[in-house]
Write a protein that binds this ligand. Sequence first.
Ligand code: ITT
Length: 198
Amino acid sequence: MPQLVFATSNAHKTEEVAAILGSAWQVEDLRAHPGITLDEETGDTFEANAIIKAVSGSRGVPGLLVLADDSGLEVDALGGAPGVRSARYAGETANAADNRAKLKAELAKKAMYARFKGRFHCCMVLARDGEVLHISHGSVEGRLITQEQGEGGFGYDSLFIPDGFTETFGVLPAETKNQLSHRARALAAMKKKLASLR
Ligand code: ITT
């Protein structure tokens, strides 16, 4: 199986990417490559940050294909927040529960909205030896609720209901999320490129 280094410290992302790609690729994240040091995510966009992670990551493993994912939640009533700051919404050392608490508090201030429209967005960047080979994007539209539902998934999943469904990503099976998520769509848009490099 060809090797694909996934430049992430988020094991939930790795689990999803491995499930989406199936047996076509052996997906290994930073746990298997402790020698990789990623540059700081200083970009203002998902794409800029995904490029930083993929390019800096690829310099640590010469000759190997390196994939990076920068993703987050955009809520229209919050002007697109938390956006690129999704992982650090409640502060630099915040965990996922802190970030969900902050999101609920911000939504509570916008009680005039009947529905909180939003989306998850993902930018995937593929690099090798410091060079970008491909960039793709994917989104899934939905709405935010203010009471958590379900224990599945990670991050903001228990607060997000994708369009066409009545339950959150925290309740829906992982297989369902992996068919329609922002991550699945960004990977689908990269499929041809990946296949050409196998
Ligand atoms: P790496 O940078 O190491 O990949 P990270 O979790 O810090 O891990 P990001 O900077 O891309 O990654 O931040 C993504 C955040 O957006 C993530 O921590 C969640 O809060 C949120 N997020 C992204 N995808 C999500 C998903 O599928 N479900 C729920 N929340 C998600």
